[in-house]
Design a protein around this ligand. Structure first.
Ligand code: ATP
Length: 260
């Protein structure tokens, strides 16, 4: 069980502080959702904990500071779905998914049986078997998003970080992916996702971190984070909130004057 600890993390970009003094601990305890308005700093925070943007403060994996972890070891520890869904090379779907196994390959060895197993499992979980020989640049937006997610799943790391993984997916594939992530979490993996789909965050995340202007506005169970007050203050919207036999349902319904 790998724990990620973030202490007093700040990120400055373009002369502005984008993430401000954030301290959080992450463990495999259900899907952890990072929510917040456009520009709140969600993507920047996720990049910072992977060392992809310079930051101040401390980031450690199982007590080991991030700067002491080499790139290959980090790629066996963390997988990452960036928000950008572009794929520059004319690769087949199967080859893109296989890239997820790169951290485990030596220069001399090809894919082994475990690699093939992880690739096939990821292909099945993301429902892309029928696309396996297609060139990724010819796929629809949602299909491409599922292929990139399959690459991340094939990497099979203890920590999985995904920036808006359900954004381009239809409702069936959204739920299927969140079921997969929930199952991975139950199996001991730490799952951190950013998302704007509040109804899915309410239903599928066990913990939500609400970021506002780079700072933590709330951190806790969905029922404690997805409150009328937080939505009014942070998003400037009124919500409809009800508890059903399927759990908490939250739906933004109208704009409010921002309380800032
Ligand atoms: N390289 C950069 N230089 C200057 N400003 C940047 C840079 N990268 C990001 N920003 C700014 O930092 C802020 C946070 O961006 P970020 O992408 O982290 O937000 P986000 O919460 O992921 O937003 P969204 O929901 O729109 O994806 C934004 O105002 C953005 O314009």
């Amino acid at each position: 069980m790998t724990r990620l600890s973030v202490r007093n993390l700040s990120v400055d970009l373009g002369g502005q502080t984008i993430v401000r003094d954030v301290s959080l601990d992450f463990a495999p305890d259900g899907v952890i959702g990072l929510i917040g308005p456009n520009g709140a700093g969600k993507s920047t925070f996720l990049k910072a904990i992977l060392g992809l943007v310079p930051s101040r403060g401390g980031i450690s994996y199982d007590g080991k500071p991030l700067p002491e972890i080499d790139r290959r070891a980090l790629a066996r520890l963390t997988s990452y779905l960036p928000q950008d869904r572009e794929i520059a090379w004319p690769l087949s779907v199967e080859n893109v998914v296989a890239l997820g196994r790169t951290p485990y390959l030596s220069t001399l060895s090809g894919l082994g049986s475990e690699d093939h197993q992880e690739i096939e499992s990821a292909i099945a979980l993301t429902d892309i078997a029928h696309l396996r020989n297609r060139i990724v640049s010819t796929l629809s937006g949602g299909e491409r998003a599922r292929v990139l997610m399959a690459r991340v799943l094939a990497q099979a790391t203890p920590i999985l970080i995904a920036d808006e993984p359900v954004a381009a997916l239809d409702p069936g594939h959204q739920i299927a992916l969140l079921e997969t992530l929930d199952a991975l979490s139950s199996a001991g993996r730490t799952i951190i996702v950013s998302l704007h789909e509040i109804s899915l965050a309410a239903r599928w995340c066990r913990r939500l971190v609400l970021l506002d202007k780079g700072s933590i506005a709330a951190d806790g169970k969905p029922e404690d984070v997805l409150t009328h007050e937080h939505f009014a203050k942070v998003y400037g919207v009124r919500i409809h909130r009800t508890v059903t036999e399927d759990g908490l349902l939250v739906q933004p319904v109208a704009r409010l004057p921002l309380q800032r």
